[in-house]
Design a protein around this ligand. Structure first.
Ligand SMILES: *Cc1c(COP(=O)(O)O)cnc(C)c1O
Length: 441
């Protein structure tokens, strides 16, 4: 009889996970609830006092001068783009493997996005390809620290310096992660974070931006935070236009969100330490197995914050070509939720190729561009093949070694018996990847 649960063997996961997957202990949950109820009691949902307190504390945590809260991460990224000076026909370089809100907003600023490839091991933007994509219209590099992994900031900052372009960090996947001992989000000119419910640092809908640059800070307020226009502004050209939001947007953070954020900030550093310990323990159980690779950097000084959207790397060639689809089916049968892929490659989506968003008689990717900088199918090989080479792994919030061992055993068992799976391998569908499972109705 087979050992594999998919062929009716005993499941690898037998025990109740207890609190291994619990984001917060119940005391913290209670504290969060109280903070939210206070906002309701005071009817200060649209106020800015709690948000300001959160902004300062969040900026301080990063050793940055300024912080600004937003209604979501999408708005924070757009404000960062505007503040960094992106305008008509300007280009930002962004990896194709990321959530759309790292770049799509640039169209509304009349700018353009040029997609670059990713590195197969870090899943972050490939500095060499970034450099190849630079033109004299490049204004900024949009760095995404993908699925908790810090991008190669030494190489990126060097490119930015040599070409005199800005660096914007999208830290939505990696709150609190370290690159060579330094927090991500502290390298570039400006950084933006999503704080939506699924993220590691989560407030419900919310976003935040940090910077040391006074002009960037003031421009970000000018764009979509008109309630802040009564503050002190130092830049004369900005002072002249205050009172109404320059972007025509109202992006204020809801104070129920900032109240949640403030409480969470007290616990987050301790929380990510527990996650880091648990996830490293998980990977240590799988060391040396063929086919599976960890999504970590081996050197000292790197951490992955809350390990958002934790992923593993898959090398089918080490398992006679067994598809990731089949591998995941077998692991799920063992009692572990896993699925293939990461975000779908953005450069292949019609919105970045053929859609005329603003009724200009041509695709927006052309209308906004001084020249055609689209990246057709076949131009970003790593991004295009990455769905077949990645899979999701469980995210342990608490260090419970016995539980973690059982979950790791599910993967180990499947890999050790992979030959049994080859016969019925359905192969991979071309719809692999994407985030669809998150938004279950
Ligand atoms: C979630 C996310 C955003 C957008 O944040 P929202 O809060 O959902 O608007 C931006 N960039 C990345 C990489 C994200 O994952």
């Amino acid at each position: 009889m087979s050992e594999l649960a998919i062929f009716d063997g005993p499941k690898a996961v037998q025990s109740d996970p207890g609190d291994a997957f619990n984001r917060f202990p119940s005391e913290v949950k209670e504290e969060i609830k109280e903070a939210v109820l206070d906002v309701l009691d005071e009817w200060s949902m649209s106020g800015i006092n709690i948000t300001k307190e959160f902004e300062q504390k969040f900026a301080d945590w990063h050793g940055k001068e300024y912080g600004l809260g937003f209604n979501n991460g999408t708005s924070a990224v757009r404000a960062a783009m505007f503040a960094a000076g992106i305008g008509k026909e300007d280009e930002i370089i962004c990896p194709s493997i990321t959530f759309w809100a790292s770049c799509l907003q640039v169209y509304s600023l009349r700018g353009n996005v040029v997609f670059c490839d990713i590195e197969p091991d870090t899943l972050c933007l490939d500095p060499e390809d970034v450099e190849r994509k630079i033109t004299d219209r490049t204004k900024a590099i949009m760095v995404v620290h993908y699925a908790g992994m810090p991008a190669d900031m030494d190489a990126i900052m060097d490119i930015a310096k040599r070409h005199d372009i800005k660096v914007i960090e999208d830290v939505s996947h990696s709150h609190g992660a370290l690159y060579k001992g330094q927090m991500v989000g502290t390298f570039g000119d400006v950084s933006a974070f999503s704080l939506m419910s699924g993220k590691s640092f989560a407030t419900g809908e919310g976003g935040v931006l940090i910077t040391d640059n006074r002009e960037i800070y003031e421009r970000a307020m000018a764009f979509g935070l008109y309630a802040r226009h009564r503050g002190n502004f130092e830049n004369d050209y900005i002072k002249e236009g205050l009172g109404l939001p320059w972007g025509g947007f109202k992006n204020r953070m809801h104070q129920m969100s900032s109240a949640v954020a403030l409480v969470q900030l007290d616990y987050y550093p301790e929380q990510i330490e527990k996650i880091e310990k648990s996830m490293n323990f998980f990977w240590d159980q799988l060391e040396g197995l063929p086919g599976l690779g960890d999504h970590r950097r081996p050197e000292e000084g790197y951490t992955k914050g809350g390990w958002y959207a934790a992923r593993g790397l898959y090398r089918p060639e080490e398992l006679e070509g067994l598809s990731i689809t089949r591998l995941c089916q077998a692991v799920r049968a063992e009692g572990v939720s896993t699925s293939p892929g990461v975000n779908k490659a953005l450069h292949l989506h019609p919105i970045f190729n053929s859609i005329d968003v603003y009724n200009e008689g041509e695709p927006t990717a052309i209308a906004n561009a001084a020249e055609d900088i689209r990246t057709p199918e076949g131009s970003l090989p790593v991004s295009e093949g990455i769905q077949e080479r990645t899979f999701s792994i469980p995210l342990f919030y608490n260090y419970r070694p016995e539980v973690i061992k059982e979950y790791a055993k599910a993967f180990r068992k499947v890999v050790e018996n992979y030959k049994e799976l080859l016969d019925d391998d359905p192969g991979n569908p071309d719809t692999l990847g994407g985030w669809s499972t998150f938004f279950r109705e």
